[in-house]
Write a protein of this length. Sequence first.
Length: 486
Amino acid sequence: MRVLQVSAELYPLLKTGGLADVAGALPGALDQAGADVRLLLPGFPALRESLVKECAVAPLALPWGEGRAALLRGQLAGLGDATVYLLDAPGLFERPGNPYADEAGVPYADNHRRFALLGLAAARLAEGIDASWLPQLVHAHDWHAALACAHLAASRARLRSRARSVYTVHNLAYQGLFPAPLFCELGLPPDQYAMDGLEFYGQVSFMKAGLHFADAITTVSPSYAREIQTPEQGCGLDGLLRHRAGDLHGILNGVDYAVWSPAHDRSIAQAYSLDRPEGKADCKAALQRDCGLAVKPDALLFGVVSRLTEQKGLPLVLQALPDLLDAGGQLVVLGSGDARLDQAFAEAAARHPGQVARRTGMDEGLAHRIYAGSDVVLVPSRFEPCGLTQLYGLSYGTLPLVHRVGGLADTVVDCTVEDLAAGLATGFVFDAFTVETYRRALRRAFVLWSRPEDWAGVRRTAMQQHFGWDDAARRYVEVYRGVLCG
Ligand code: ADP
Ligand code: GLC
């Protein structure tokens, strides 16, 4: 089956979070599962500069009139021989900052146009704009690509395409909402601005374009698939999601073990593995040294690698920091985003030199060194669709401490006495999202740390976990088959 993957990010070239990791790994796994996969992305500078074997496919008419855009085809240097389509529209995509916002973090005022074009280009491909390859299915990721599903529905209604669509929600909290008058710039039929369409409380919702028009919807863990059908976690869309429950699938993300494995990770101080875990101690000492922490093998070292946002529950880490430090623990935080959270961690690092370290910005190498060098990775998210950092923690034998929610609940087993005894425990899980329950999970981590043999056992179980993309790819192929046969 011919499948077009549409996303705004792609590891390793352009990444703000887990979406990039998924977009980077899923195509290869789908290929292994027998699908013929191509990618469509906006021509952001990091991608545009890497395009090789480039050829022009066709110009694209812009629904709002002025400006020019074209569709290019090629491959991305260093990323194998996958065929990639890029939107060449320098006026829209060649900007500093991240894909969505300027250097000050302010979303671009024309984001509706930038991402409308992404969806439009997907539909044009499904209509046959590239005579050499016609997708049977368009798989759109997150709101940035969601208009593909609305455009495809319109193309099918006009008998211009027979392609089907699958929409993956990576995070329901980011919806792509825009003022209603901008709808006329999206190139969609006017009747799609309706409650049974893109209208959402008087605004245009790109998210709804996916949720309403896709033939199937997936999200990135079974628990999150259930949670988003509740008013508490449905972000106002739970009714629609309940209505579409029969077409909604929770498919857990995988780990690309070619990238996230301590046995052959070139960024870390010393390789190690399940059978030869000794190198982890060297990674810890190197991390402590590099981050200005006291080099103490017996200090329990907690790591955070995270976007600094409300979602990630980091205020709990700050509120319970005295507990962590009084018990002799250390903390290293790598994060970027919210200025107040960043400031709070900077102040903590200044107040507790040698015990707290904070680094800002996106630093892929340091992220690897933190997963390898820490003993515990903290992921106390308020909500978490899947979460990859706890999965990377497991792979590196760095026990995740997580809130029992979303994909975190699906992937980490708490160190209760019974699961310890059964050899199932892989980390520390707290239930209610309160500082008290988080504190208790911290205490469990310190108690386990005081029993080195038990710690080593749990670490072994953690490293034995396998969350391969092969399983996820098989599930996606089943969903694709269902949609194509339906
Ligand atoms: P989300 O997509 O919500 O941010 P995930 O856990 O799915 O959360 O994915 C986060 C990804 O981003 C992981 O690959 C993590 O290592 C990476 N990451 C987050 N913050 C940083 C940072 N400051 N530097 C490097 N990598 C980061
Ligand atoms: C989103 C979610 C995260 C998930 C990632 C990849 O950014 O916040 O939980 O792991 O997408 O699917």
